[in-house]
Design a protein around this ligand. Structure first.
Ligand code: NAP
Length: 253
């Protein structure tokens, strides 16, 4: 069975590991190309956008893809909308790995906001020392609040011209350890953390560290993200591929 995995996450890498060498599948992992040196993968990998819904539908046809697994990040809503539309158009079965969101625990001080723009406003007028772990695409928005000091953790240096003036970059890739996160927040005298609600364990340590230090977290809500058949893990995606997707594909539905 020809399978396309839409990746860029821990779950996608896990799925690639599970499917590599599994003779039932011939899978290709697709990455957007946001990082110049992605982790090496044990599957055939293609890199770059498809060209919207049209382009993705064309790719599914051209490569005779029989099932798609959307294992993209909870905040990557556009590619998921495209996947739902392209799979509907081509009649390709689609499963989406949906990671459970974090929920506030006793001791957490969260201010939940709807967007990164709202997070910028929520920092308020007085200068603060802010820890950002959002990825580089939204960093330029914080140039709108130049009174704050920012420590931004990224995999790759940002390319945008307009960045906040008082910005220190920390180039690191997760997963992160709770004690190290706590030390980082203390050493850098951070007084507020801005985070996406990524879910999962790889980046949760900063939330635990903020709790331990009584630091507020400005938590950006997840966007609406279209999905196919919802599964919770890479293992469940393989089970779906082996059963549901195979029988749908055989029946031609
Ligand atoms: P997005 O806003 O949903 O997608 C924007 C465009 O990027 C899509 O329309 C598509 O271009 C292309 N694209 C996205 N994911 C792709 C994939 N796996 N393979 C091929 N093309 C892809 O996505 P994003 O938020 O920019 O995220 C990009 C990638 O980074 C995703 O793979 C995601 O899993 C990963 N990621 C995102 C975040 C985050 O916070 N957003 C965090 C960690 C990892 P075309 O329309 O041209 O096909």
């Amino acid at each position: 069975m020809h399978v396309l995995i839409l990746g860029g996450t821990t779950e996608a890498s896990e799925l690639a590991r599970l499917m590599a060498g599994d003779t039932r599948f011939e899978a290709t992992l697709s990455l957007a190309g946001r990082t110049s040196s992605p982790r090496p993968q044990p599957l055939a990998t293609r890199i770059g956008g498809f060209g919207g819904t049209e382009g993705l539908a064309q790719y599914l046809d051209d490569h005779k893809i029989e099932a798609v697994v959307d294992a993209t990040h909870p905040y990557a809503a556009q590619i998921s909308a495209n996947a739902v539309a392209a799979c509907a158009r081509t009649g390709t079965p689609l499963a989406s790995i949906v990671r459970a969101a974090w929920s506030a625990q006793p001791g957490d001080v969260w201010q939940v906001v709807a967007s990164t723009q709202e997070a910028v406003a929520a920092l308020g007028p007085s200068p603060r020392r802010v820890f950002l772990s959002l990825g580089r695409q939204e960093l330029h928005l914080f140039a709108g609040a130049p009174q704050h000091h920012y420590l931004a953790r990224l995999i790759e240096a940002p390319q945008e011209a307009s960045l906040p003036p008082d910005l220190v970059l920390l180039r690191q890739r997760g997963p992160f350890d709770r004690d190290a996160e706590q030390r980082l927040l203390q050493d850098e005298r951070i007084d507020v953390v801005v985070s996406k609600n990524a879910g999962g364990s790889a980046t949760y340590a900063k939330i635990e560290a903020a709790r331990a230090l009584d630091l507020p977290v400005i938590m950006i809500e997840r966007p609406d993200k279209p999905a196919g058949v919802v599964v919770a893990s890479a293992t469940q995606a393989v089970a779906w591929l082996a059963h549901d997707a195979t029988s749908r594909s055989l029946r031609g539905v």
